[in-house]
Design a protein around this ligand. Structure first.
Ligand code: PMP
Ligand code: GLN
Length: 392
């Protein structure tokens, strides 16, 4: 009997699961997967407990709990001046489900969706499952900008949508307003939908501002904005996300969502309402804390001999390892394995974010997670700096 469906036959195990397992096996300090090793803020935890105790334990409405949808709409206006009604908000099982439901609800088999490479690892498998074809446009180091002509050339009569992830995983790029204007202009010209993944919207460095594509002229009616609680509230395991957009966009996404999960953990949606209404001081403190950790990890990686790219947002630092590893290490996957086994620190090989023929673009790179306690970063530092001393 042929057990496995063709649809999933080509999928491997996700790189995050693979690296976690290897890290556990070798007792490595894990700067791989983007999951905080510190807890969510107490008021948010208490709101979830309170919700469980208040009989909020049955199915939520399919589109989401009213107070959570209101809080999401309010948050959009507070931070971006984006005016949406709660009816324009759909709650999903994390940004991951929002993206899959969006692809299923908005595109047909043989349609094309444009993605920027490196590309977050779930988007293209989502498209494959939907029968949709990816079109790739590269982001180029050191600032991970794209070539506007290459982007323009990726639009065809079959293009249904473009996905933009900002702040970007794995590079930390935050799309500039000028770049988003180029994207918007192409979307308008070719009548294409934009789907944005903004899960790192509050993790920003230096003076960086997050620009929401949906707020650019003409884009409100054709942009689906996706985000989630996980990063902003250090609760990646809660898997509460959302999609915001014009009524027909959201209704189309919900037609898929209603038959994937139907609705999402009710008490955690109630806690989401509390979380999103936290005062500005919470968001400012989060930003300051991440700034401190990013600066510290950048300094440490440089001291250990890496050449680093400076992220403007998000959970990660990309670094060039070629001055650090012994000669037998030939690519990023070998580097990640060597670092786990021989040094005891885990990172993610960023070639996982490239299609097969472009994996060489990331062969000299490693992705390190910033979202860790100071003790964890310190433990990684001790191992990495010993590396430098030993090789001298
Ligand atoms: N999008 C990006 C760019 C991510 O890095 C991640 C994972 N951290 C997700 C989506 C997943 O978000 P969620 O856990 O809300 O599904
Ligand atoms: N987004 C997280 C990362 O890039 C991982 C999420 C997952 O394991 N699917 O590290």
């Amino acid at each position: 009997m042929r057990i496995r469906a063709q649809r999933v036959a080509a999928f491997g195990t996700t790189i995050f699961a693979e690296i976690n397992q290897l890290a556990r096996q070798h007792g490595a300090v894990n700067l791989g997967q983007g999951a905080p090793d510190f807890d969510a803020p107490l008021p948010v935890l208490e709101a979830a407990i309170q919700a469980v105790r208040s009989q909020l334990n049955q199915y939520a409405p399919n589109i989401g709990l009213p107070q959570a949808r209101e809080a999401i709409a309010e948050h959009a206006e507070r931070f971006y001046g984006q005016r949406v009604s709660p009816e324009q908000v759909l709650i999903t099982a994390g940004a991951t489900e929002a993206m899959f439901a969006a692809i299923l609800g908005l595109s047909d088999p043989e349609d094309e969706i444009i993605v920027f490479q490196p590309v977050y690892d779930s988007y293209v498998p989502n498209m494959r499952m939907a029968g949709v074809r990816p079109r790739y446009v590269n982001l180029y180091a050191p600032d991970w900008s794209f070539d506007p002509d290459e982007l323009a050339a990726a639009f065809t009569p079959r293009t249904k949508a473009i996905i933009i992830n900002t702040p970007h995983n794995p590079t930390g790029k935050c799309y500039l307003r000028r770049e988003l204007e180029i994207i918007a202009e192409l979307c308008l010209r070719h009548d294409v939908i934009a789907i944005t993944d903004e899960v790192y919207e509050h993790i920003l460095y230096d003076q960086t501002q997050h620009t929401r594509l949906a707020t650019l002229d003409g884009m409100a009616e054709r942009t689906l904005t996706i985000s989630s609680l996980g990063k902003t509230f250090s609760a990646t395991g809660w898997k509460v996300g959302w999609a915001i957009g014009a009524p027909e966009l959201v209704e189309s996404v919900n037609r898929a969502h209603q038959f994937i999960t139907y609705s999402v953990a009710t008490p955690l949606q109630a806690a989401a309402a509390t979380a999103l209404k936290l005062p500005d001081a919470y968001f400012e403190a989060l930003r300051a804390e991440f700034q401190r950790k990013r600066d510290w990890l950048l300094g440490m990686l440089r001291k250990a001999g890496f050449r680093t790219f400076v992220p403007q947002g998000g959970y990660f630092i990309m670094a060039d390892w070629r001055d650090v590893a012994p000669a037998h290490v030939q690519n990023d996957v070998q580097f990640a394995e060597w670092l786990i086994r021989e040094v005891g620190v885990a990172c993610i090989p960023p070639s996982a974010f490239y299609r097969a023929e472009d994996k060489h673009c990331a062969a000299h790179l490693a992705r390190f997670a910033i979202c860790k306690r100071d003790e964890t970063l310190q433990a990684a530092a001790e191992r990495l700096t010993a590396l430098r001393t030993n090789s001298n």
